[in-house]
Design a protein around this ligand. Structure first.
Ligand SMILES: [Zn+2]
Length: 93
């Protein structure tokens, strides 16, 4: 199954040095945490972003890429994704 992500939800890191992705919201309006997305990927499902006609595949990461942040697991889009379909740049919901 393929899930289409149209919005992200962000939260402050524990030390409040930055905000990072807490979870995503799909085109069906359903919220999933990072952990739920990664568990779903590990079960064989595909997760993609969709925004302004552009799309990118979401991939798992071990940790948030910011500094020494230990938020885990984390999720990102392909390195070659353009700005508007990048997970970090989706509208917040
Ligand atoms: Zn972080």
């Amino acid at each position: 199954m393929t899930y289409t992500v149209t919005k992200v939800r962000k939260e402050y890191a524990i030390d409040r040095s930055h905000r990072h992705i807490e979870g995503v919201i799909t085109s069906a309006g359903v919220h999933y945490t990072r952990r739920e997305v990664v568990d779903s990927m590990n079960a064989g499902n595909t997760w993609k972003t969709s925004h302004a006609g552009a799309s990118a595949t979401i991939r798992p990461m071990n940790y948030c890429p910011r500094g020494s942040c230990l938020a885990a697991p984390y999720i990102k889009t392909n390195p070659d994704s353009t700005g508007k379909d990048n997970l970090e740049n989706l509208p917040e919901g």
